[in-house]
Design a protein around this ligand. Structure first.
Ligand code: PEP
Length: 252
């Protein structure tokens, strides 16, 4: 039985007081919630220490993720935040390779491979994002693109390291656009991703959680999460509204 996971990626949204309010609302809405879904939130770096303390003080069943980390361990890298710093603040996860970072900040397989290793060395788990652009899907290259993204980074890990990774399939054309992949499109790609991972790592692939991301909301989550190879979601916009985020969790 694979883990079920719903992770909220807040991106560069909320000031700290708004982030605190959002966590309080999540706490209120999850207090009585009986669920086997692992809940993760990825707030901006500036919120992690404060929200981490709140989560701990109120014994919330929520784990913390960061949205990125440096590709160096420590030292003269102005403006960067290391994996160790994030672990020290209580992060269990780091989102890596989000399409916005690949597109706007030149994130590539080499830097991602370094980051994955730094995250794993800290005992945290990467949430590794992959997915094709619209023109790649329209020219039927989506499987090839996704397979290459896996091979360029994940194939360089050892099986025991791969076992710590969460994969997020996020078709770029569905992120923040309101355009969702159909449940069948998501399931088809998730099964393919599991096969590509299995080609290299055998049975390890069976236990890797593969999350869907892209305009996921309470109204479409149930159908998507109902698919065999979909183990949860990475949620952007809807994770900023506590009711919607919890609605998505309840869709399992
Ligand atoms: C994301 O950016 O990871 C994402 C899935 O965004 P949205 O849900 O807003 O499409």
């Amino acid at each position: 039985m694979r883990r079920k996971i719903v992770a909220g990626n807040w991106k560069m949204n909320t000031l700290l007081p708004e982030g605190e309010l959002l966590v309080k609302q999540i706490e209120f809405l999850t207090k009585e919630l009986e669920t086997d879904v692992e809940i993760i939130i990825a707030p901006p770096f500036t919120h992690i220490a404060t929200l981490g303390k709140y989560i701990k003080d109120y014994e919330m069943n929520v784990s913390l993720a960061a949205q990125n980390c440096a590709d160096q361990e420590h030292g003269a890298y102005t403006g960067e935040v290391s994996a160790k710093m994030l672990h020290n603040l209580g992060c269990k996860y780091v989102i890596l390779g989000h399409s916005e970072r690949r597109e706007y900040y030149g994130e590539n397989s080499e830097s991602l491979y370094k980051k994955i290793n730094l995250v794993l060395n800290e005992g945290m788990s990467p949430i590794f994002c992959i997915g094709e652009r619209l023109e790649e899907r329209e020219s039927s290259r989506h499987f090839e693109v996704v397979s290459q993204q896996i091979k360029d980074v994940l194939y360089r890990l050892r099986g025991v390291e791969l076992a710590k990774v969460i994969v997020a399939y996020e078709p770029v054309w569905a992120i923040g656009t309101g355009k969702t992949a159909t449940a069948d499109q998501a399931d088809e790609m998730h099964a393919y991703i599991r096969r590509v991972i299995g080609d290299k790592f055998g049975d390890y692939s069976e236990n890797i959680p593969i999350l869907y991301g892209g305009s996921c909301k309470p109204s479409n989550a149930k159908e998507i999460f109902g698919k065999e190879d979909v183990d949860g979601g990475l949620i952007g916009g809807a994770s900023l509204v506590a009711q919607d985020f919890i609605g998505i969790i309840k869709s399992f």
